[in-house]
Design a protein around this ligand. Sequence first.
Ligand code: DLL
Length: 436
Amino acid sequence: MIWNPDCECMSRDQLAELQLRRLREVVARVHARVPFYRERLDAAGVRAEDIRSLEDLRRLPFTTKEDLRAQYPYGLFAVHLREVVRLHASSGTTGKPIVVGYTRRDLETWTELVARIAVQAGVTGEDVAQIVFGYGLFTGAFGLHYGLERVGATVVPASAGNTERQIMLMRDFGTTVLVGTPSYVMHLAEVAEEMGIDPRSLGVRLGLFGAEAWSESMRRELEARWGMKATDNYGLSEVMGPGVAGECAAACGMHVAEDHFLVEVIDPDTGAPLDYGARGELVITTLTKEALPVLRYRTRDITVLHPEPCPCGRTTVRMEKVTGRTDDMVTVRGVNVFPSQIESILMDVEGVAPHYQIVVRRRGFLDELEVRVELEPEKFTGQFRDLAALEETVRRRLYAHLGLGVRVRLLEPRSLERSTGKARRLIDERVKGDAT
Ligand code: DLL
């Protein structure tokens, strides 16, 4: 089923026309209302009337996370605070967060776009959807909440944490859809097993997962453990929250809501626009946001865009699974490594669990990469010989894929801290303040 066929299936020409009109509107709007953008646009010598085709997008200045941070809290708002009916904030780990605001119409758009991705993933009005994202300033829970209600699902706003209770709620309420981060839902499976409950017996048929990078191997693992279909959806607070893009039944990338977001992929080093099909940093311009419009926001997320028609009938561009963030990529002895690459390799090794952490540190003049991974409880024999062999297997696989010698540390089951939100996979001790 398609939630809004008029918008999701319009011809590419029609869509381009709509995008161009909206792009002109947003440029005019931020020029008139946001001093930061007025300055930037004047410096670039671009006015709304200069935007004659979508190609002219390239003449607009980029907006970065630092820009948003520097304007904390309300500096980039394009409306008076009295028109803002909701605030959220990004999960900044250090310093000030980024504050995002929504007008009533922004909330309506958000609800509509989340309804689209929910239906796209396969949610129906018959479903009981348990939201295990944390409710609060994070956009995940509230964003999914209203979209799922709009679709008619029975929403269980369980929030994150209190994991044993989550299992009880699932069983008692007949939860059919789980909505959360893939890492937390993996932990939920682990806790169910510890309680003597096979997660597959709980009847969850579908997972709506997002908010962090996760590999295809992790998807297979989640699907096997829960007996569910695991789907991916993408978004970020700076442009709205969840609902920017989501997978359809064809599961060949996530459809971007292009009537509301103009997307490009650029070379993260030079800022040069790349063609469809090329891997680079995703850049998003909001086309309809009232409270906080952003021009060419550099997401730091690495992906590839595909415009080819999708068997599902939607005409919107699809973005590939995000492989990582430009600021998550570590360069170790000249080799670029993303945590998600390591995740894929680990998940294919029999005997290790899907719980891992990557530490980068400097030893003398050399960088060292250490991969810590837990043992699968059932496979843990306690025999030193077996452990040494497994460690060697992990090391060899990592070397074969990355071309990099890696220090491997096998950990006892359940020794890494579990997160109820976004998992922290990477610790770069070379960065001040990141040492543990
Ligand atoms: O994580 C919004 C969201 C909530 C999306 C729930 C999907 C579901 P932020 O906290 O601002 O917003 O974090 C945004 O999370 O730039 C990506 O790096 C990462 N991210 C979000 N979705 C995915 C995904 C929410 N499906 C940042 N795959 C983004 C990989 C994702 N990374």
